[in-house]
Write a protein that binds this ligand. Structure first.
Ligand code: ADP
Length: 459
């Protein structure tokens, strides 16, 4: 400021001096005015340069270009320019910082497993993440500023938006939903700011499927238990109220025992399934002998066949090379015996059931059960391993089936890294096999030893 006064004083004094020199006292006044005018001219020039520089800044130049273009101004204008430049630089830095923070925030929203859509006060899309584009079929660039109601045309969603009560969520089909592959979305809107909305969407297809499966499962179990229970309570009532002959009593008691056996089998299969679901994955170092499993299955199959098929079936068991499977003995037996007992139960009198174990060329092991039973139509094959799915309901029940046998077999196979294969045609019998991976199959240790001994003695 002092500088400014000094220049002003210097200009006016110089003007006065020149006036005095030119016209003595008469020239003093005009000289002073001339000096002040020159000062004003210089000052306006500096101001004009400063304004010019500021205008350059407004045309969005970078801080570096701005600094280079900074005019060298004397005095207060120079300081003014310098301070303005510093202020602008700070503002630019703040802008860059907040832009970086906004980018990070948007990246976090992009990474969200939920769909995120930001809507303005009119319900137009301001921004949406990748997941939302998949859920609703939006185009993240093209659909910006489009009204959401024009893009999501589900009546339930439109009613939800129109109602304006966003305390709950609405469930709608996803954009790529089809009858074959239904997709369910849960959409929840949260209001924020001045009329703006945050829309969150979650894919709940798996949850909905699990819930439907749980409901079906409970309904099926209840139904399966209720049927024998109804029969049992009917017999109990009869025994309590009617004076029965000894022969009738014996017959009724036998039927009651049959029903309670049915319930016991069902409960036991359910427990097996729940153990399979919750249990740890079978270790790769506990080896189970295939010969022992075979012997158990054969014994059970022959006993079952003699009870169910009095006129007989032809049962053939080829245990092949004695091998070992890495896994849990009870689970492996459960899977194998289910396949064998199915073959016995569904194959009619004089039919054939062939069970064999083979070590394949690539080191895998195959347990195979073939029968000459009724066979299964192609449309049933993909669903056979579903719990309680039955093709022949009456035959299943008559022979003590629970509808869980193949579900157990598939589960056990999966847990052992094996594959359950089913090949069947109506009228041409069925072939069920479990193929164990080479890593879980080996020749029996004793046999190994024998082979080693032979090769040693030969050499
Ligand atoms: P279930 O206890 O009813 O036998 P499973 O899960 O073992 O239940 O089998 C499912 C259905 O698959 C059976 O109800 C039956 O209709 C069909 N099935 C299974 N094995 C055979 C087979 N060897 N021959 C014909 N149908 C079979």
């Amino acid at each position: 400021m002092i500088n400014r006064w000094v220049i002003f004083t210097a200009c006016t004094l110089t003007g006065a001096g020149l006036g005095w020199w030119a016209a003595a006292t008469d020239g003093l006044g005009p000289g002073l005015l001339l000096g002040a005018f020159v000062w004003l001219l210089l000052d306006s020039l500096y101001l004009a340069r400063l304004l010019n520089w500021l205008r350059t800044e407004q045309s969005n130049e970078t801080p570096a270009v701005m600094a280079a273009a900074l005019p060298r101004l004397p005095g207060v204008w120079g300081e003014f320019a310098d301070r303005t430049r510093r202020l602008l630089k700070n503002r630019d830095q703040q802008y860059l910082d907040s832009q970086a923070r906004l980018d990070e925030f948007l990246s976090a929203m992009q990474a969200s497993p939920s769909g995120v859509v930001l809507l303005d006060a009119q319900g137009r899309i301001e921004w949406c993440n990748q997941t939302a584009t998949q859920h609703f079929g939006f185009d993240a660039k093209r659909d910006v500023l489009q009204h959401i109601a024009n893009l999501v045309r589900e009546p339930a969603f439109n009613a939800y938006m129109a109602h304006g009560n966003f305390s709950g969520e609405v469930v709608i089909p996803g954009s790529f939903s089809s009858p074959a592959r239904p997709v369910k979305l849960s959409v929840h809107v949260h209001a924020y700011g001045k009329g703006r909305k945050l829309l969150l969407s979650r894919d709940i297809t798996a949850v909905a499927q699990a819930e439907a499966m749980r409901r079906d499962f409970v309904a099926n179990v209840s139904h399966e238990i209720r049927t024998p229970l109804t029969v049992l309570s009917g017999f109990i009532e009869t025994l309590q109220t009617l004076p029965l002959k000894e022969a009738e009593r014996t017959r009724y008691l036998a039927l009651m025992a049959q029903q309670s056996q049915r319930m016991q089998t069902l409960v036991s299969d359910l427990l097996t399934l729940s153990r399979l679901e919750g249990g740890p994955i079978p270790g790769a170092n506990d080896w189970v002998s295939t010969s022992a499993l075979f012997a158990q299955c054969e014994q059970e199959a022959r006993a079952l066949s003699s009870v169910l098929v009095p006129r007989g079936q032809q049962l053939a068991f080829e245990s092949g090379l004695a091998c070992e499977i890495a896994g849990i003995q009870t689970e492996l037996y459960s899977a194998m015996s289910n396949l064998v007992s199915n073959a016995v139960r569904y194959t009619p009198e004089l039919g054939q059931v062939q069970v064999r174990w083979a070590l394949l060329d690539d080191g895998r092991g195959e347990f195979q059960v073939k029968d000459t039973g009724p066979g299964i139509a192609a449309e049933h094959l993909p669903r056979l391993t579903e719990r309680f799915y039955r093709v022949d309901r009456s035959r299943s029940r008559e022979t003590g089936g629970t509808g869980l046998g193949l579900a157990i077999a598939k589960h056990v196979a999966q847990r052992h890294g094996a594959e359950l294969r089913i090949a069947s045609r109506p009228g041409q019998g069925s072939c069920f096999s479990i193929v164990f991976p080479a890593a879980r199959t080996r020749l029996c240790q004793q046999q190994h030893h024998t082979v080693d001994t032979i090769s040693t003695s030969l050499s």
